[in-house]
Ligand binder design. Structure first.
Ligand code: NAD
Ligand code: MG
Length: 302
């Protein structure tokens, strides 16, 4: 177990030794993974993220807000003054409770809405519940995702292929479709793509395609939304230390060396990407739309 970083995100430090470097132990767990079974523990900024009111009074919905990148984003948004609704799977209730407590500790409203986003009617309910409980919606973060590595196309089942597309491609479409009527000028939609959108790995045949879809969806929707004053951008993470990876997202031999092929030589921690979601959600990025921001430890996917 590693200590969570306590320096805030503005203190100068060598990024190479800011966080753990490989090798890491093998740590297989069932999908969807939980944080407690990870070694070292990931850092979501629990003890470090410092806010300055950059999202004061905003209302945000974040899918996959219990763990990983979504959890770090939820913590950062709350510390920047936003009320936050999170969606996650029922199996992730314990991690979600922790996020709710962290949001409430900032004096912000937290709404938890568990449920499986592979159904269109649940996605509609999710948005309606977030809008009614938060009293509106300004920020939508499509972050939930499924990634299951398969070594061969012959081992990739239609069931997996279909579910990966439902979670990663259909759900953001259904959620945006339900959310748009509630969004006013100044709102921001942020999708979560990947380096896989541009530089697909052999074992991620289905996942890489869905992440390419996220980029095209972001660019097309941004053009539709521009005249409404609603911005749509995407974040493209490189290797981040989250349960997605150890719960089948990578073969375990790749977990041992996770992040080693980046120029930084280590994986990113969720706390290191949340500030980009804050930037894209806030008015600071008022002239950015249809953009894909990569955060990769120096990998150059395109
Ligand atoms: P994570 O496992 O912490 O988060 C993914 C979340 O997706 C889960 O917590 C779960 O709540 C949610 N989810 C999965 N299936 C769902 C379903 N059917 N219904 C509702 N929710 C569901 O992992 P993470 O790495 O933080 O993933 C967040 C996003 O980042 C994903 O879109 C992933 O593709 C993307 N991403 C991650 C990496 C990485 O290296 N970790 C790299 C590139 C992109
Ligand atoms: Mg989770």
């Amino acid at each position: 177990m590693s200590e969570l970083r306590t320096k805030n995100q503005y203190e100068k430090q060598n990024p190479l030794d800011q966080y753990p470097r490989p090798p890491f132990p093998r740590q297989p767990q069932e999908r969807p993974g939980v944080i407690g079974k990870m070694e070292p523990l990931p850092d979501h900024g629990e003890k470090s993220y410092q806010g300055f009111g950059r999202l004061k009074g905003r209302k945000a919905l974040i899918t996959g807000g219990d763990s990983g990148i979504g959890r770090a984003t939820a913590i950062a948004f709350a510390r920047e003054g936003a009320d936050v609704a999170i969606n996650y799977l029922p199996e992730e209730e314990e991690n979600a409770r922790q996020v709710v407590e962290l949001i409430e500790a900032e004096g912000r409203q937290a709404v938890s809405i568990p449920g499986d986003i592979v159904q269109e009617d649940f996605c509609q309910t999710l948005v309606e519940e977030a809008v009614s409980k938060l009293g509106g919606l300004d920020i939508v973060v499509n972050n939930a995702g499924r990634q299951t590595a398969q070594q061969s196309i012959e081992e990739l089942t239609t069931e997996q292929y279909d579910n990966t597309f439902k979670v990663n491609v259909y759900a953001p479409f259904w959620i945006c479709k339900a959310a748009v009527p509630h969004l006013e000028a100044g709102a921001s939609i942020i999708n979560t793509a990947s380096v896989q959108s541009f530089d697909p790995s052999e074992s991620l045949l289905d996942y890489a395609q869905t992440k390419a879809c996220n980029v095209a969806f972001t660019k097309a929707l941004s053009q539709q939304m521009a005249e409404k004053g609603i911005r749509v951008n995407a974040v493209a993470p490189g290797p981040f230390w989250t349960p997605l990876q150890s719960s089948g997202g990578q073969p375990q031999d790749k977990i041992e060396e996770f992040g080693s092929t980046t120029p930084m030589g280590r994986p990113g921690q969720p706390a290191e990407i949340a500030p980009i979601y804050v930037l894209l959600a806030s008015q600071e990025s008022s002239y950015m739309t249809g953009e894909v921001v990569s955060v990769t430890g120096g990998m150059m996917p395109y």
